[in-house]
Design a protein. Structure first.
Length: 422
């Protein structure tokens, strides 16, 4: 072989090995490599097939007409083949399939010991192929397209053949023994790069899965910590409610006793009728106020603790809505607002009371903050049951939304009063 040609191939082999280190961008790397091989070997067309989704389509190609690529892209023998099968069980057509599968007889003069196929005269070789290769469907499309010199060189990884390099030319006698050996060596180098690329992709996938798992674990830890905080807060609320409720109960008992004594004195002619009557009226008023405070504390305890708990419970909708309103009223702006609740007494269901109380609280706060611009307002809550679903309609007589911003009402953090920090 010419010394200059040998030197060029050695230099190209070194360049290709260096380029194959960039297995992250494999397609661009292989596109560049086949252009260099095409120029060095002085062939019309070159391509690389790689395993993908149950087939060995062209991964990169140069010099082949698009009609040829389209016709020969798949080498599956059965188009109904399940792409989920492994590449070891595929039934492949033509000589490409035999070379990829490694099912070749190196004693035949068109195969090499390393499993490659090449011919310098496909027209003469076709009869021999049809006679000898009876275990595979010989398409003979290369010869039909006028390619006389055809070479198929396996791309090997450490475990299996994962594709091939194809060189075609319409001239005869393109392949020399040294060119065949050079292409077989390049096939092995590309196989290593492809294997590294597949390992890299698997590693990236595993890293992504690991990052997602760590992210989910972190979220679960945050949720657990938040749940612990909420549980502690719920316990504190329950404790505070108990501490307030206990002296109220004592005050209720004392006031009740005072009222009883006043009634007893009223039945006797003590001469203090006016004073006793005044004491009775004040005691009745005090009892009513204590009962109101006790009811408010019971509602506050129920609603506040429910917001921190995620367990499902039986909810009476009308009672629940009234409890939420009762708890919110002391903290709302001092605006005269009339509440109208249209809800049957017997609407009951199992759900998460905390979520529902938060929704109602936000709607009521929104009406006060954004809807009512006068000292009077009205909130109407209508509840109904139909086809197994409960429908809750909330409305107020506030100023409403401008048509231009209605589509934004469910956007996170959207506010019509951003400049007022609300």
């Amino acid at each position: 072989m010419n010394q200059e040609i040998l030197l060029k191939r050695e230099t190209l082999a070194k360049e290709i090995c260096a380029q194959l280190n960039n297995f992250v961008d494999l397609q661009n790397t292989l596109s560049l490599i086949i252009q260099q091989i095409k120029e060095m070997a002085n062939v019309e067309a070159i391509s690389i097939r790689l395993f993908e989704e149950g087939d060995y389509p062209y991964f990169v190609h140069e010099g082949f007409p698009e009609s040829f690529i389209k016709a020969e892209n798949s080498i599956l023998a059965h188009k109904t083949h399940d792409a989920s099968d492994s590449n070891e069980s595929l039934q492949l057509d033509c000589l490409c399939g035999k070379v990829i599968r490694g099912n070749v007889d190196s004693l035949k003069d068109y195969y090499t010991e390393k499993g490659s196929y090449y011919t310098n005269n496909s027209s003469e070789n076709t009869a021999s192929l049809l006679a000898n290769e009876t275990d595979v469907n010989i398409r003979n499309h290369c010869n039909a397209c006028g390619y006389e010199s055809v070479g198929l060189f396996p791309i090997k990884s450490r475990e299996e053949k994962i594709g091939l390099i194809q060189l075609n030319d319409k001239r005869q006698n393109v392949f020399t023994q040294d060119l065949v050996e050079f292409m077989e060596m390049i096939g092995e180098q590309i196989g290593t790069a492809v294997e590294n690329a597949m390992l890299y992709d698997k590693l990236k996938l595993k890293n992504t899965e690991l990052e997602n798992s760590v992210g989910r674990l972190s979220e679960m830890q945050d949720q657990l910590l938040e749940a612990k905080k909420m549980t502690a807060l719920a316990d504190m609320v329950a404790g505070m409610a108990h501490e307030i409720y206990a002296p109220l109960s004592q005050a209720f008992s004392s006031t009740s006793e005072s009222l009883r004594i006043a009634y007893d004195l009223a039945e006797k002619d003590t001469g203090y009728f006016s004073e006793i009557n005044s004491l009775s009226l004040e005691s009745k008023k005090a009892l009513k106020q204590i009962e109101d405070v006790q009811a408010l504390i019971r509602s506050f305890k129920s609603i506040a603790i429910d917001q921190f708990q995620e367990s499902r419970q039986l909810i009476n909708l009308k009672v629940f809505i009234n409890d939420v309103i009762k708890v919110l009223k002391p903290s709302l702006p001092k605006i005269e607002v009339n509440y109208t609740i249209y809800c049957a007494d017997k609407i009951e269901f199992m759900s998460y009371s905390g979520a529902l109380s938060q929704i109602l609280s936000q709607l009521i706060h929104n009406s006060y903050q954004h809807g009512f611009k006068t000292n009077k307002g009205e909130i109407i809550i209508t509840c109904s049951v139909a086809s197994g679903f409960i429908k809750i309609v909330y409305s107020d007589n506030g100023r409403g939304l401008e048509p231009g911003i209605k589509h934004k009402i469910f956007e996170p953090f959207f506010s019509t009063q951003r400049k007022q920090n609300s």
